[in-house]
Ligand binder design. Structure first.
Ligand code: SAM
Length: 486
């Protein structure tokens, strides 16, 4: 007889084929990635994977999702380092698909780290939208920042606060995602430990957190907006139970939306008496509108999500007190002009962006980005240069973002040179690759038109480029961030 994970025992009453669920959790799934559609279209990225021998295919239900063969290690591919995609489990793409952020909207990701869904949101709201990425854990938020820089997303503001008491006025956001802390019974990380059993005390504690976070999210969302609550766990107490309790508290201010995602094998949320739900109260029939991904049915990790519409007439315009501070261009024209001159960057390269100072750094920020004044933003935008001066070293994130516009001091690398750059080795150039007129030793490096980062030409004029690719993106951290969990 097969060994049933002890953590699955309680679910016999709600899962028809518990052995199949057990097998699905033990099986490995092919990695999936979410495409940085601001840089490349999914079909072009699929072509690039295929030309490297990876049989990549689109996720049928999610236009910006790609499935890779099991041998593919997404964090090791050059296109990952060039910020063309983010490693993300297929199931974890579902909550933002249900949230449906629209261009120009202001969206709060209340529990954002490590930030895969934040990136998905920022791509959906586009250059005129704002994504506020909040997490209670400042250290984990650092990973969100790293992702934003690699993907070139200058429309994310990160803040550190307890989401349950997030201090902005009610109705301050068009949409709010609560990808809540949970017991993670369906996640790939947990699948690797078949003997894990959830501590009941932790479960009770986290349920309190989940309810408080969802309640606050509903308050923060404007009438006519949407909140999505999601977890990567199976327990109805943390899923339908939390949604039922909070909807009961908020009365007719919000209701479950009836949402489906064609092509994804979702199952309805649980209803009635599960024998597991909190307080023994039956779950109301409308909870079937929430969505479950069971690994043995969907072929994905385990996930739960509920889309909740906040009722009422949308305000014509956000009331003044709900508006956040927009960034105003400061006078960093000399720095911009120096870079435009060195790299032949047209004005269009800076369209829709303003330059502001943040500590010693000069940061490029989307012109329409709006930041709350409290909590004080920890990070925003893309640093253009980390130091002041006439033409200090441009950052890798800025070089990657501006590379497609560059016409001077820019070098198009071969595949071998690209790999040397990413490995931080000195690159030997062919004769024709040296920039014609050199205005600086600093060069932007590209591969097939995609920005890779910054390098320095040799002082003595030899055809060599010293790689400035960040050490931290070159090695372990690249792989850590590319993990497909969450
Ligand atoms: C499931 S993870 C979020 C995953 C993330 N949304 C993603 O897609 O990459 C839950 C996060 O909630 C954060 N968290 C836990 N309690 C919180 C609270 N009260 N307020 C804000 N964040 C909290 C944790 O630090 C953790 O980063």
């Amino acid at each position: 007889m097969r060994h049933l994970r002890p953590g699955l025992e309680p679910y016999r009453s709600i899962v028809a084929d518990i052995e199949a669920l057990n097998d699905a959790l033990n099986a490995s799934r092919p990695p999936t990635v979410h495409v940085n559609t601001a840089r490349i279209g999914p079909p072009s990225l699929i072509e690039r994977f295929q030309s490297d021998g990876w049989r990549a295919e689109p996720l049928g239900w999610m236009p910006s999702g790609i499935r890779l063969p099991k041998v593919g290690s997404p964090g090791r591919h050059w296109a990952y380092r060039a910020g063309l995609y983010q490693g993300q489990e297929e199931a974890s793409m579902m909550p933002v698909a249900l949230l449906q952020p629209q261009p120009g909207e202001r969206v709060l990701d209340l529990c954002a780290a490590p930030g895969n869904k934040t990136a998905q949101i920022a791509l959906a709201v586009g250059p005129t939208g704002t994504t506020v990425a909040n997490d209670r854990d400042a250290h984990r938020l650092g990973v969100v920042r790293d992702t934003a820089l690699r993907l070139g997303l200058d429309r994310i503001v990160s803040v550190v606060h307890d989401g349950a008491t997030f201090p902005l006025p009610a109705g301050a956001f068009d949409r709010v995602l609560v990808d809540a802390p949970c017991t993670s019974e369906g996640s790939s990380k947990v699948s690797r430990d078949p003997d894990r059993v959830v501590d009941p005390g932790y479960r009770r504690w986290v349920m309190g957190q989940q309810k408080a976070l969802l309640r606050r999210a509903i308050d923060l969302c404007r009438p006519g907006g949407r909140v999505v609550y999601s977890t990567c766990t199976f327990c109805p107490d943390e899923n339908e139970g939390v949604v039922a309790a909070v909807l009961n508290d908020v009365g007719d201010r919000a209701r479950l939306a009836d949402v489906r995602l064609p092509g994804l094998r979702t199952s309805p949320g649980l209803t009635g008496t599960t024998g597991l739900s909190s307080g023994g109260r039956p779950l109301a029939p409308e909870l079937a509108r929430s969505v479950r991904l069971w690994p043995h049915i969907a072929g994905t990790g385990g996930f739960f999500a509920a889309a909740i519409d906040v009722l009422g007439e949308p305000p014509g315009q956000m009331p003044e007190r709900h508006r956040h501070r927009a960034f105003r261009d400061e006078d960093h024209g000399a720095l911009r002009a120096a870079y435009q001159d060195i790299f032949g960057l047209p004005d269009a390269a800076f369209d829709g962006r303003v330059l502001v100072a943040k500590g010693e750094a000069i940061v490029m920020v989307a012109r329409d980005l709006q930041a709350p004044s409290h909590p004080v933003p920890a990070t925003y935008g893309l640093p253009l240069a980390r130091a002041r001066g006439t033409a200090p070293k441009m950052t890798t994130a800025a070089a990657m973002a501006l590379a497609p516009f560059a016409s001077g001091n820019v070098i198009d690398l071969t595949a071998d040179q690209r790999d040397a750059f990413h490995a931080r080795r000195t690159i030997e150039l062919d004769n024709g690759q040296m920039p014609k007129s050199r205005k600086s030793r600093m060069v932007i490096l590209r591969y097939e038109g995609f920005g890779l980062g910054v390098g320095f030409l040799a002082r003595d004029g030899a055809p060599l480029v010293e790689s400035q690719f960040p050490r931290i993106w070159s090695s372990h951290k690249a792989r850590r961030n590319s993990g497909t969990h969450s």
